[in-house]
Write a protein that binds this ligand. Structure first.
Ligand code: MGD
Ligand code: MGD
Ligand code: MO
Length: 703
């Protein structure tokens, strides 16, 4: 019996460190147990309700164990088994022929963070597409919008170490559902609470997190910038700002103060659907308690004005001088910090590209696949670590694109996902217990090495090996396409000169598994200013925005598809709809297909008054629709949402709701500034389809 250390690969801030028990069974080594590392300070021996069943994924009867080639019509999921040689031969021939005919931009790679390990996520795959000069996905669906907005204010999207929240005495969980999406942070928050911290959740939904906090500020969706501006109005009007910090380390305060005149609490009351007193009270609490932290993740960026909202919220910590204290400031993804420590370009090697690559925005996949005017058209799609059929906005367009008979689609996958069902060739990929990787988390500062615990199942291969073999099949000779996995880990570690990685070598990671980066104990990133903007100061007023002809100051603007938006649209579609992560056992779409049954059926949450107005009872089948599409769900009457708001759960396999998912309702119009998707800005209508029986399980409820 052997025990092997590894780390959860999922796109989740917690990156739990685990230990796999492997037994030699005669039929080869088998992983028989998996548990959270009890000695790891962040994991604390606990795996979440999805990942504690990770070995079920590994040994699931539906795992893809050999290459498949399509035999039936597109999307039907009919395949025959093929050898690696045949499958890769076919892929190489198709790629070569189409590149020859249309140029390399006809190839669109579409990979995301299905695994977050630096090597299997984006190393040899990126090198391969760089060498080809294929089209390139830009923007993103997660994190880039907040990062862009915050960086406009601070020069960098750097925040504090989430573990330092234990020192905070007021914590605003702003648009993040910590207990569901980041549960290993909760013990840190609890520690702060036991020491007297007050925790406030700012969320339009009464999530499990909101219910567990000291206060819940249940604002209307998409109004956060107005709330932040209202808080700043109160803080400045009452002289609660940190004059010294503002004077020494910021610029544009005078202009900001003028802008704040437009956001008195009574106007904010009307915009946010909160009482003016709540705005005043929140401002006072935030400005008077120290250390003061604001925790944001991703929820708020999935909106039309996501970047501006993030930029606006990022003004608050500087205004009150929160950055001075350990446990004070803005706390967000530490992906920004790891990107400063580890040079991702060493893995992706953009220097290998023959010239500029054609940009295609990640959220506009449907357009890229269906736009007849695109020249050259996309005729090859290669998907890895991603399930765009479920997760990309404007699903009707995405599915129409994936259904094109002339599109040659290759999918590297562990399971026959809704995307893989549309493939011409499916290539079986290993799971985290079968391959090596280096994990730079986005929710804590422990760099972790993942060691393979068992050999690949069946004929599955790591993404890296698949790209090595494909490079060979294509006759490519660039040596960087053939580097080994361990070599890739060493390349990126060895090249780092960042002081936080002092003493963290490959050998040390092999010996210790997970190592906390060597940040100074009392690390306060902006205690003495040092903002990496052009002015060297935090920019309340942004010369960068001004140069682009945009409003240089923080501002709240209504979303077109929101409760304050287009009145004509609202007359037809009176309900604002959030398409949120709400299933305890789901990680985006990764478990929807395996564990859907354990979660009951996908349900629409609707306020009792809105349900009554439509004659709906708990458990009824309802139709939810807008101009982009419609879906059928079960109604769940709930006071977690206020009147005028509904939620539709995201992540279910398409079969769970008759062939479509939440993204049938969402728009692929880019968000402001950074090319993201406004997954939560949708207006919809809801009507009764058929009487039903009350549901047994609701969102976030686990038996
Ligand atoms: N169990 C589970 N955990 C996960 C995931 C999962 O699918 N399942 N996914 C992982 C991934 S990829 C990510 S990015 C993270 C995301 O982590 P979070 O950012 O914490 O999660 P989200 O559910 O995207 O959004 C958080 C909250 O934002 C709220 N929200 C929506 N619109 C607004 C608004 O206008 N204002 C405010 N203030 N709040 C708003 C939603 O109601 C939701 O409760 O979670 C990760 N962890
Ligand atoms: N409506 C709506 N849409 C959303 C969101 C939302 O809140 N609402 N959230 C958005 C967010 S924040 C995100 S991050 C995206 C997530 O979107 P995706 O990145 O597509 O995430 P998953 O749905 O988990 O799909 C990842 C796939 O990668 C596969 N995979 C895992 N490891 C490996 C590997 O090593 N090799 C290969 N080849 N495959 C692997 C898994 O089997 C899985 O099918 O969705 C976005 N879409
Ligand atoms: Mo995400």
């Amino acid at each position: 019996m052997a025990k092997v250390k590894g780390v959860c690969p999922h796109d989740c801030p917690d990156s739990c460190v685990w230990e796999v028990t492997v037994e030699d069974t005669g039929a080869g080594p088998r992983a028989v147990a998996l548990r959270g590392d009890p000695d790891h300070p962040f994991t604390r021996g606990e795996l979440c309700p999805k990942v504690h069943r990770f070995l079920e994924r590994v040994y699931h009867r539906d795992r893809l164990l050999h290459p498949l080639i399509r035999t039936g019509p597109k999307g039907r999921g009919e395949f025959r088994r093929a050898s690696w040689d045949e499958a890769l031969g076919l892929v190489a021939a198709q790629l070569s022929e189409r590149i020859e005919r249309l140029g390399p931009a006809t190839v669109l790679p579409y990979g995301y963070a299905g695994t977050q390990g630096l090597v299997q996520m984006a190393s040899l795959s990126e090198r391969f597409f760089n060498v080809l000069g294929a089209s390139e996905v830009t923007g993103g669906l997660c994190g880039n919008v907040v990062a862009t907005g915050v960086a406009l204010t601070q020069g960098s999207a750097r925040g504090i170490d989430p573990e330092d929240l234990r020192h905070s005495r007021v914590i605003l969980l702003w648009g993040t559902n910590t207990l569901l999406t980041n549960r290993h942070l909760w013990p840190v928050i609890d520690e702060a609470r036991r020491a007297g911290a007050e925790v406030v959740c700012i969320d339009p939904v009464r999530t499990a997190t909101a219910a567990a906090c000291d206060r819940h500020v249940q604002l209307l969706p998409g109004t956060d910038a107005a709330l932040a501006l209202g808080m700043m109005h109160v803080i400045v009007a009452e002289g609660r700002h940190d004059r010294d910090y503002v004077e020494r380390f910021t610029t544009g305060f005078e202009a900001l103060a003028e802008r704040l005149a437009a956001y008195p609490p009574d106007r904010v009351e009307a915009i946010c659907g909160l009482e003016a007193g709540t705005v005043v009270d929140l401002a006072r609490r935030y400005a008077s308690r120290r250390p003061a932290a604001i925790r944001v993740l991703i929820g708020m960026e999935h909106r039309e004005h996501g970047a501006m909202t993030a930029r606006t919220v990022a003004c608050l910590p500087a205004l009150v001088g929160a950055w001075r204290d350990r446990g004070g400031g803005l706390c967000r993804s530490v992906g920004t910090l790891f990107a400063e420590m580890l040079d991702h370009d060493l893995l992706a090697r953009p220097d290998l590209r023959p010239g500029p690559r054609r940009p295609i925005e990640m959220g506009r996949l449907g357009d890229a696949l269906t736009d007849a005017a695109l020249a050259p058209p996309v005729t090859v799609l290669v998907v890895y670590n991603c399930n765009p059929a479920v997760i990309a906005p404007n699903q009707a367009k995405v599915l129409a694109g994936l259904g094109r008979e002339d599109l040659f689609t290759v999918v590297l996958e562990q399971f026959l996902t809704d995307t893989a069902r549309h493939a011409d060739v499916v290539l079986p990929a290993t799971t985290q217990v079968e391959h090596a990787d280096l994990m730079a988390p986005w929710g804590h500062l422990y760099l972790t090495l993942n060691r393979p615990a068992i050999p690949p199942r069946g004929e599955a291969l790591p993404n890296t090996e698949i790209f090595r073999r494909l490079s060979r099949a294509m006759g490519l000779t660039e040596p960087a396409l053939f580097d080994g996995d361990d070599e890739l880990v060493r390349q990126v570690l060895d090249a780092s000169t960042h002081p936080f990685l002092d003493g963290i070598t490959y050998e040390r990671l092999v010996a210790e598994g997970s190592v906390r980066v060597a940040r100074p104990d009392d690390w306060r990133p902006f205690a003495e200013g040092g903002f990496p903007t052009a002015s060297g100061r935090l920019e309340f007023s942004s010369p960068q925005l001004a140069a682009r002809g945009l409003d240089p100051l923080p501002i709240w603007e209504p979303a077109r598809e929101g409760l304050h938006g287009d009145p004509e649209l609202q007359a037809r579609y009176p309900l604002a709809c959030l398409t949120i992560k709400s299933q305890v056992r789901f990680l985006n779409s990764s478990y929807g297909q395996l564990h859907g049954a354990r979660e009951g059926r996908p349900a629409l949450e609707i306020a009792p008054t809105d349900a009554m107005a439509r004659g709906l009872a708990d458990g009824d089948r309802v139709r939810v629709w807008n101009d982009r599409g419609e879906m059928t769900l079960e109604a769940r009457l709930s006071d977690r949402v206020r009147p005028g708001l509904v939620t539709v759960p995201f992540g279910w396999a398409l079969a769970a709701a008759g062939g479509v998912g939440a993204n049938i309702l969402t728009s692929d119009t880019s968000t402001d500034l950074a090319g993201g998707a406004a997954f939560h800005d949708n207006l919809v209508q809801v009507a009764l389809l058929a009487r039903g029986t009350p549901p047994t399980l609701g969102p976030e409820e686990a038996p």
